[in-house]
Every structure is written in C-alpha cells, then in structure tokens.
Design a protein around this ligand. Sequence first.
Ligand SMILES: [Zn+2]
Ligand SMILES: [Zn+2]
Length: 248
Amino acid sequence: MSTPDPQTQQSAPSPAPATTAPHPEMRTAGMLHTNFLLVRAPGGWVMFDAPDGSAEMIRGLGIRLAALVLTHGHFDHIWDAARLADDHDCPVHAHDADAPMMRQPALFSRFFPPAAGIRPVPQWQPIALPDRGAADWSVAGAAFRAFHIPGHSAGSVAFYMRPEAGGAPGARPGYVIGGDVLFNGGLGRWDFPGGSLAVLRRGIYTHLLPLPQDTVVYPGHGPATTTGHEARGNPYLRDDFDEDDELS
Ligand SMILES: [Zn+2]
Ligand SMILES: [Zn+2]
C-alpha cells in the first residue's frame, strides 16, 4: 500500500466509476480450495466469492467489505456469504439463475455431507444480464463488463476489468474474475444438472477469448492464467476438440 498523497486526498473525489483498477488479491480457503478475490474499488473493498473459512480470514485482515459478489451458486463459493453479509452489513450480488442453490445450499449435502450446515445466501441483488450476453455492471464504483457464461452452472457470471490506459505498452493489463468457467489448463465441470460443455465452450469463445491476450484470468480454483495462455494451450479449447471426448 502506498502512502496517500495529501494533494489528491484533498481534491474532490470524482464520482465517475473507475474503469480500470488495481488487480485483485487472490486467496484460497475451504475444503475444496476455492479462490476468493478482494478488489479495492473506489467505494471500498469488494469480495468475489465466499468459501468456507473466508469470513474468518476477512475478519483477521481487519477490512470492511462494501459488497460481496458471487460468481455462481455452488456451495463452495457461497458458504460464508450469510456470515459475511452479517459481519459487514453489505449487499450481496448474484445471478438469479442459481437461485435454487443459493436458497437451499443444503441440497449439496447429498454429494458433500458438510454442506448440510451452509446457511442460505441472504437476499441478493440480481446481476441483470441478457441470456448468455454481456452488460456493463458496476459495484462500489468499479465498472466491470459482466458476461453470463452458463454451462458449469446456470447462473455463472465472469467479470472483466479493462486494461489501464487502453492497453498501452507497459500499462497494467485487464483481468477477469471468472469463477469456475475457465481454469489454468481446464474448464469448469459440466456434468452437474443443467451443465453443458457445448454451452460453456461457446460462452468462453464468445466472451473471454476475444479479450486482449494478456488479460489475467483469476479462476475459482487453482492458479491464475491469461486468456492468451488458455487460447494457445487449453486442450478443451482446441479447434479440433471433440466435445464427445472424455478428457476428465
Ligand atoms: Zn462451481
Ligand atoms: Zn468451485
């Protein structure tokens, strides 16, 4: 963290949403090693996803959240949402298509018994997007481009922050907070109810691969990557990939 410049602190804050921002801090928590992201937005800290143990980690950091955003409704991403909303009295944002899972996370205890204890996500503000489309979407003064990319879950959303200075040489590249859509060398599972590999791949081709090649992707599990790295090396995104093949 840099020392605030007294000059800029005294000048009137601009109300315009920030269209670029420092990259998020990525941390990992929970039994399924789920990533969550902390974005320093103009209006305060915004957290993306809420795995088990993350509320305690946030408490340890001593920061206050302005908002919680959920990339999708799977239990490992929403586990601590109710507790975070209580602790920080902050709004929660999520896509309505995952509402059944967010209202009844205990459904997942059939696959994963500890999920029986997850509290439902408190009333969230819907992230309104055209079906499988894109829209500008701001939270706490940070202006993202949001993409609806189902296929892993019906309500998966990826959030794109544009590069600094229009992508000029040496400027900070843009980034995507992608949830379980695109991983370093993999894709999110498509074998859950309502999942579809074809829909998932189409969403990635439509929305993520056209972004600048140096766009950093912060996924829901595992290490960060870039759109260019995945476009070149991800076996699921090869042109000749047969969707009937079983790679996993
Ligand atoms: Zn998931
Ligand atoms: Zn996950």
